[in-house]
Ligand binder design. Structure first.
Ligand code: SF4
Length: 199
């Protein structure tokens, strides 16, 4: 594939996980059938609503900025064959990261894989095994158990994050805070971009 439905692209600072604070170029792909009830990008779900943009165009846009870190997110970007996209960005000097729910096989060449499984569509064990970072959004207390179940599928090197769901953060931050204090192999991931009020 050489063009993709793109909901938006922008330059900002990574707000979550291991690379928090790092300036990055983001591509948010259109298309997702996972159906998380608390999804904060529901506009991304219908791929047909978004223009198809070419890889060459996206690279030219990304090169306008200083960072050479690309973060592919969605939507669910793994719905697409990302071989050409990842190859071309790497050739242009970018590190390529992706965030996926793991509901689809990953096709492409990635420097960092953030695996964020969701209860609403069964994730694949094959994606869990490839993950550099496991990120579980905590919407209620039972998500801690869900997190522990998925820890079993990732490698021992995989970084573990619990991320309080934003709209319920008064409750979810406390759940995560209390848990990581007694389970220090898990870290708390706050959506710092939302605290800053940026994309
Ligand atoms: S996987 Fe991501 S984009 Fe898709 S519904 Fe869930 S939170 Fe929204």
């Amino acid at each position: 594939m050489t063009s993709f439905p793109i909901m938006e692209y922008f330059y900002s600072v990574q707000g979550e996980g291991v690379f928090v604070g790092q300036p990055s170029f983001f591509i948010r792909m259109g298309g997702c059938d996972v159906g998380c009830v608390w999804c904060d990008v529901k506009d991304s779900w219908d791929a047909k609503k978004h223009p198809k943009l070419s890889i060459d165009f996206l690279i030219e846009e990304a090169k306008k900025y200083s960072s050479r870190l690309l973060i592919i997110t969605g939507g669910e970007p793994a719905m697409y064959d990302l071989t050409e996209l990842t190859k071309s960005f790497k050739k242009a000097g970018f590190q390529v990261h992706i965030e996926t729910s793991g509901a689809y096989p990953l096709v492409g060449n990635f420097d960092w894989i953030t695996f964020s499984p969701k209860k609403f569509k069964q994730p694949l064990e094959s994606v869990a095994k490839m993950a550099n970072e496991l990120k579980i959004v905590v919407f209620n207390k039972s998500d801690i158990q869900w997190a522990e179940e998925h820890q079993k599928f990732v490698t021992s090197d995989c970084k573990l994050f619990l991320q309080p769901e934003w709209d319920k953060r008064k409750i979810t931050e406390k759940i995560v805070f209390d848990y990581v204090l007694t389970n220090p192999n898990w870290f708390m991931s706050l959506q710092t971009h939302k605290y800053l009020g940026v994309d």
